[in-house]
Design a protein around this ligand. Sequence first.
Ligand code: NI
Length: 141
Amino acid sequence: MKNKKSKLKRFGVSMDEKLLEKFDSYIECKGYNNRSEALRDLVRDALIQHSWSKDDNIVAGNIMLYYNHHKRNLSEAITTLQHDCFSVIVSTSHYHVTHENCMETIIVRGKAKDVQKLKDGLMSLKGVFYVKEVIVNIDQI
Ligand code: NI
């Protein structure tokens, strides 16, 4: 009979020095004893966040993006993408955060694969600094 208990595996991670310094500050701030513990939690969270997009279930939530509107053609590209995905967009709010930078929150509802397409499209645009979604699979709750 096989032992079903999972084994710990070790692997090396290469990271930019400044990013690692910030990660270590994060670890200290959150009270972790070591990088491995913190990394395991981040990986678990990423996998949970990713799980909403696996299938054709109906999901709802929001996607936040932060970007530089002075970047050539970016605002137009964001608007075009949102029109391409209009069927899953409930509403969009735009905030002028600084002279250069804008934030948008996009309320979404629809098939997970269509919401994922919108999110991936936003992430692929140059000049978009950050995209973060909070999505629930409404078939599961
Ligand atoms: Ni703006």
